[in-house]
Design a protein around this ligand. Sequence first.
Ligand code: ADP
Ligand code: ADP
Length: 226
Amino acid sequence: EPLIEARDLYKQYPDGQVRALNGVTLAVAAGEFVAITGPSGCGKSTLLNLLGALDRPDRGEVFFRGESLTRHADLDRFRARQIGFVFQSFFLLPTLTARENVQVPMFGGTLGASDRARKADELLGLVGMSKRAGHRSGQLSVGERQRVALARALANDPALLLADEPTGNLDSENAAHVLDLLTTLQHHRGLTLVMVTHSADLAERADRVVRMRDGRVESGAAATAP
Ligand code: ADP
Ligand code: ADP
């Protein structure tokens, strides 16, 4: 059974000129690393939003471990626990420190304040941001913010990480570091990775490349055996 599966998704925005998604079917196995590529406007971000239940399809369904999100009782809680997001649109809170930002998804969970802070520091260490833990995120560079956002996405040990160009703002050294980290998390913690990217380096590391065009999956729709 796939970890996450899209079945025949259609999506058109109210003011959209074209259908953003035009019958997308895609399965991702637990522990798989999938890169989604394709020209600008082909529907990659729309698909990522639907997989993360941030928006709903006009038609079709998304299943997580076989359970339809459409019938899910508590989507917000489900999302916070199971899915980590690294999206440009999920801004860090600029007046909070990196350490505080990473803890935001942990509120409402079971960890007390000192455990939250310890976990945040551990995650900031993973992304190479220990020295910046006490800096307000508004004082960090774009690349540093991207790494803090990755630490925040991992805060609740999600089963699935959805990322939109996670290395897009990083220089090649930091991009390579983040890629190493992501593959380590995949191999050692069984993290499932679905990433939209234009980076050939990232696509090369993925188990599978899904190519999209005009709101459809052109190739790579089926899950590979992990
Ligand atoms: P990609 O991520 O591959 O660049 P998107 O999913 O962002 O593609 O966009 C797919 C299509 O949907 C494009 O035609 C885009 O203009 C349109 N679109 C995306 N978001 C919106 C929106 N919020 N309102 C209207 N149209 C949108
Ligand atoms: P709202 O009620 O907030 O105006 P919607 O009715 O579009 O917006 O969505 C209600 C909730 O369902 C939102 O939290 C939305 O994120 C969530 N949702 C997202 N994707 C799906 C889905 N595939 N099926 C059902 N609900 C979804």
